[in-house]
Design a binder for this molecule. Structure first.
Ligand code: ADP
Ligand code: MG
Length: 483
């Protein structure tokens, strides 16, 4: 969808994303209340979160650390001085009547996120800023016929709002951006990235323009909660705008909602109804000052992140960018692969992890952490393939049995008699039996019908239950047929 072809010519789609990422932290941003997901309503609420009069917020140092780590992880400037502002609005799930956020002086400034595109190339997307803010509570409209209930467990939980430049050009790029951002957050341990539980939520700003023209008027689609929905919402919204413009209409700047059931966006509020939040610095909080040495120490403590790991996998293991990208998407898969690859043929290891292991885990609906076969277990099987104990084909059978029974590779090869036959005497006698039974075909082959060779290979394999060493079989068969 890089361009949309309209009846009057091409249109370019322009997208900027605002992501709310819930910070992993035991306590809230300005109170000591717990943050566990799924607790009984209103059991994790301090007087600060409930905005009792006279309560004072105290900044949670760990949440600040998480934001700084995230900033460093997206190659961004860390602002050693930042300011908390009050963003004023009225809503039932916001008892204070304002949200503590950051406006003109966020904790993290400009950065970038590298996209891995489908054709194997990469592209950097600008990050405008990352700021810290409180989450609001939750209004529950479905508990009672005429009443709305309020759950304040989420009120005051720390969020990082991560705003991108309008650099994205298609729904696919937006999807790739969110996958990469989520992967970085998970590597850093600063947000669990779980979109179903709402720990990662996305507002999509979408506009269209003639290629090269100034930016068009944008619409903002609020609170989309899966990558697939983000992509659908953008596709639909861009097409809606193109149709509107081609009919001679104009896009009005407004906030819209995505209806996942229908796959469309619809208006929520127009610019005239946009909030005036009357931001001002929170008088209860001092400007936040960071020690440059502390930031440096955090920088040194960061784990190897997906881009660096990918580059290393390409270099060290000679993997294709695609394969390396798949393996580094999750830290656990990358670690698993490296444990299998260590001291072995890395391409073979990558193949086993990505094809057989991922295939099996997919079928079982399991993540790599829940894999019934450990990296050491898979490594043992790969060793048996490399040293010729079991053929590549039968190794797949062994692997299926490992997944099913949890037993070790060597044990299963022995138990099921799957050892490769490398004894030339045994293979020769199988060949002799097959050729004797297929006299007509042998004659045809010798008369020049050479493609029958594959047929003989198949017959001998069958006679040895697939256990004959393929290279040896080929060699011996060729000799026999020639003689
Ligand atoms: P606001 O403060 O109203 O949310 P910003 O200017 O901060 O507005 O932009 C918010 C988001 O909208 C950013 O991610 C930015 O990249 C994106 N954006 C801004 N202009 C456009 C545009 N014309 N088309 C698409 N996205 C845009
Ligand atoms: Mg906005």
């Amino acid at each position: 969808m890089a361009v949309i072809r309209g009846s009057s010519g091409d249109w370019e789609v322009v997208i900027g994303l605002e992501v709310h990422a819930q910070v992993i932290s035991k306590a809230k941003l300005f109170s000591g209340a717990a943050t566990d997901f799924g607790a009984e309503p209103n059991t994790q609420v301090s007087p600060i979160d409930a905005a009792f009069p006279g309560m004072l917020p105290v900044i949670n140092r760990y949440c600040v650390e998480q934001a700084v780590k995230t900033g460093l992880g997206i190659n961004a400037e860390i602002n050693l001085v930042s300011v908390f502002d009050r963003k004023n609005y009225f809503y039932a799930d916001l008892p204070a009547g304002y949200q503590i956020s950051q406006y003109t002086r966020p904790i993290v400034g400009k950065g970038k996120i590298r996209l891995d595109l489908a054709d194997g190339s990469t592209r950097d997307i600008g990050i405008t800023r990352l700021h810290l803010e409180q989450d609001a509570g939750k209004s529950l409209h479905d508990q009672h016929a005429t009443l709305t209930y309020v759950d304040l467990n989420r009120a005051g939980v720390a969020l990082m709002e991560i705003v991108s430049e309008p650099d994205l050009r298609s729904a696919e790029e937006a999807g790739a951006y969110l996958r990469k951002l989520r992967s970085i957050l998970r590597y850093l341990g600063t947000c669990d990235g779980n979109m179903e539980e709402g720990s990662l939520r996305c507002d999509c700003n979408v506009s269209v323009r003639r290629p090269g023209a100034p930016l068009g008027t944008r619409c903002e689609i609020k609170n989309v909660n899966s990558i697939r929905y983000v992509m659908q919402a953008i596709e639909h919204e861009a097409r809606r705008q193109v149709e509107l413009l081609e009919e001679g209409g104009a896009v009005e700047q407004e906030t819209r909602l995505f209806d996942a059931g229908k796959g469309i966006t619809r208006p929520m509020r127009s610019k005239e109804h946009a909030h005036d939040y009357r931001y001002f610095p929170d008088p209860d909080l001092l400007p936040l000052r960071l020690d440059a040495n502390w930031v440096e120490a955090l920088k040194r403590s960061l784990p190897e992140l997906p881009d660096a790991k990918k580059a290393r996998f390409i270099e060290q293991y000679r993997l294709s960018p695609d394969d390396a990208g798949v393996l580094v998407a999750e830290q656990a898969s990358a670690d698993y692969f490296e444990a299998v690859a260590r001291g072995r043929d890395a391409k073979l290891a990558a193949n086993w992890v990505m094809v057989e292991l991922y295939g099996a885990l997919n079928r079982l609906g399991l993540g790599i952490e829940g894999s019934p076969v450990s990296a050491a277990g898979l490594g043992e099987l790969v060793d048996l393939v490399i040293d010729g104990t079991v053929s590549g084909r039968l190794a797949k059978e062994v692997f299926a049995a490992m997944i099913e029974t949890g037993k070790g590779a060597a044990f299963l090869v022995e138990e099921r008699g799957l050892k490769q036959v490398t004894d030339s005497g045994a293979i020769e006698s199988a060949i002799a039996a097959v050729l004797a039974a297929q006299g007509d075909k042998v004659a045809e082959y010798r008369a020049g019908k050479e493609k029958l060779f594959g047929f003989f290979v198949g017959q001998v394999m069958k006679a040895t239950q697939g256990k004959a060493n393929p290279a040896l079989l080929n060699e011996l068969l060729r000799k026999k047929l020639a003689g």
